[in-house]
Design a protein around this ligand. Sequence first.
Ligand code: NAD
Length: 321
Amino acid sequence: METWLVTGGAGFIGSAFLRLLRARRPQLRLVNLDLLSYAADLRRLKDLQEGAGYRFVQGDVCDRRLLDALFAQEDFRCVVHFAAQSHVDRSIGDGAEFFRTNTLGTQQLLEAARRAWGPGAGRRRFLLVSTDEVYGALGAEGRFTEDSPLRPNSPYAASKAGADLAALAFCRTHGFPALVTRCCNNFGPLQHGEKLLPTLCRHAAAGRALPLYGSGEQVREWIHVSDHCRGLLLCLEHGQPGRPYNLGSGLELSNRRVASLVLEEAGLPAELLVHVQDRPGHAFRYALDHGRAAGELGFAPEHSGLDQLRSTIRDYLRAPS
Ligand code: NAD
């Protein structure tokens, strides 16, 4: 039985990926390594039963001894690395935990895998789940390609850029089979309540004002978490190590538009939008050209339209997180 390691599998996207694997690759044995930080939620994993096909390990990706022991116990064919500190606002408050987990944790995991797999890694793959935020900000026009320079704005984005570059450097230096995907903003079920969409919906459900940073004109590209996860699987199957892949959707919306959709779905007036002091270093626009993933991986988002976003909003309004 082939075994895959998923880190951060109790998080929003990692848990969706585990559920996708369980449905699409039932023959795989899955090991989930997660620290169970404040952002984890084991309810996301209620359909995965501990047993022959699934093992949960509570632990830190920075703990090298734990990683070495895990790689000695298990013969991982793939590592899919989600574990991270993921909330930009927290990274602005104090970035230390972001650089420890996101940058150094990735380096520790790369090193543990490289040593365990040796020079002939063969068909083994290590996938780093990176982000569009590594590119920094765009103006009103254009899209980031994989050749765009990395110019991260926030400490979160910088810590992810460090991880992203480390994975690519491991390919060049060691011939290590690392894949890197850079995805845009995810929406979907069971996201942590501190993120934009659940926050707006929680406020709307309570009839409270919806807070918007600055002008609210910042533009983000939104993808359904299931499309992101399908893109990751395609990348593991068809991606070329050392070659990053953008995973986007084309659904670009300003934060103000997202908040307006929430108000519309809640049947509330536009006056409930309130502008609060802007986030320092707030990037104006992110947008991805995902032509490489479309052409080389066959990636095509299926659930990332306005209808699916509205449907997710309705779910959060019914059951605020
Ligand atoms: P999340 O915050 O919901 O989940 C992160 C998970 O990692 C949690 O379960 C947490 O307990 C775990 N974790 C944190 N520190 C750890 C450590 N030191 N050791 C082991 N586990 C640890 O995050 P998410 O939104 O699911 O994002 C997952 C990944 O996808 C991240 O790497 C993020 O950078 C990337 N990403 C997210 C988005 C998005 O829109 N959310 C977009 C692009 C890329």
